[in-house]
Design a protein around this ligand. Structure first.
Ligand SMILES: [Zn+2]
Length: 290
């Protein structure tokens, strides 16, 4: 009898416990559900992934803005600089009135590394106008390093073509191809172009404007390419070439240029000039339509 009584008590206890559990579940279930419903909402507004994405997007937007309009208190070559598209630019005035621009055409090739090394040793930067079909993977990688060191690489067409003798469609195709090819090799956008032989026509201006590529000319010609047997004359040409603040100086990746480059840099720095690369963030300067 005792055993059966115990069993009855045990059974009833079990039933009551079970009932209690079910009751608790019924009472709290809707709450749980509403909590569960609320949670994803809360999470969706504070979902770590989403928030990060939003923040990243915001940061990316801010970075883009910064690229277009960077703060005013950074070095001149990093400052966004208004340049006229479709014009032949030979001088870039700067606020400090001390900046000038060495430019090297016809690379890349066997002298590229020496030129880059001499610039670095002298705390100088420069801009290089490369011929597309000379840019190997290896030179492209080196070009990327040069850019990271503060230099600029622009386009000198795919095959050193005289653009001024071509129609607009051919120029557009060449310039588009060259910029895409060089930028893929150096992993950096190409926004500057120097026409080989300085050869341009009306279409060159129009196409450059359309492509957003600035046409870079020069104010001082070192004539270095013609001075293989008289390298000293390179320095003399620069000394007598009327260098002034903002001047763009034309040189080439040549043996005699490498030979004279330290003297050229020391002379210009001795005059108080900073040798800078072309502005890394050019923006279009509005010009009157002609
Ligand atoms: Zn050239």
């Amino acid at each position: 009898m005792r055993d059966s009584k115990k069993r009855v008590i045990w059974i009833w206890s079990s039933i009551i416990c079970l009932g209690a559990i079910i009751l608790v579940n019924i009472v709290f279930h809707p709450l749980n559900e509403s909590l569960a419903k609320n949670n994803p909402k809360q999470e969706s507004s504070a979902l770590p992934g989403d928030t990060n994405t939003q923040q990243q997007q915001q940061q990316a937007q801010e970075q883009t803005k910064e690229e277009i309009v960077p703060p005013k208190d950074i070095t001149p070559q990093e400052e966004s600089y208004p340049l006229p598209l479709g014009k032949l630019i030979d001088n870039i005035p700067t606020k400090d009135n001390k900046t000038i621009y060495l430019t090297f055409d016809d690379g890349p090739g066997e002298y590229t590394k020496e030129v880059a090394s001499i610039l670095q040793q002298h705390g100088a930067h420069a801009s290089f106008f490369w011929i597309g079909n000379q840019v190997t993977d290896e030179l492209g990688k080196f070009g990327h390093q040069m850019i990271e060191q503060g230099n600029i690489i622009g386009s000198h067409t795919m095959r050193h073509d005289a653009l001024g003798k071509e129609n607009g469609a051919k120029q557009k195709s060449d310039l588009t191809q060259t910029a895409a090819f060089i930028s893929s090799k150096v992993n950096h956008p190409v926004v500057y172009m120097r026409p080989p032989y300085g050869s341009v026509n009306k279409e060159t201006r129009e196409v450059s404007k359309e492509l957003g590529e600035y046409i870079m000319f020069w104010q001082v010609d070192s004539l270095d390419w013609s001075l293989a047997h008289n390298p000293e004359k390179i320095l003399a040409n620069i000394k007598n070439g009327g260098v002034k603040p903002g001047s763009i100086i034309l040189m080439h990746e040549r043996k005699q240029t490498v030979e004279m480059l330290p003297k050229v840099i020391e002379y210009l720095q001795g005059k108080g000039y900073t040798l800078a690369a072309l502005p890394s963030h050019p923006i279009q300067k509005e010009t009157k339509q002609k």
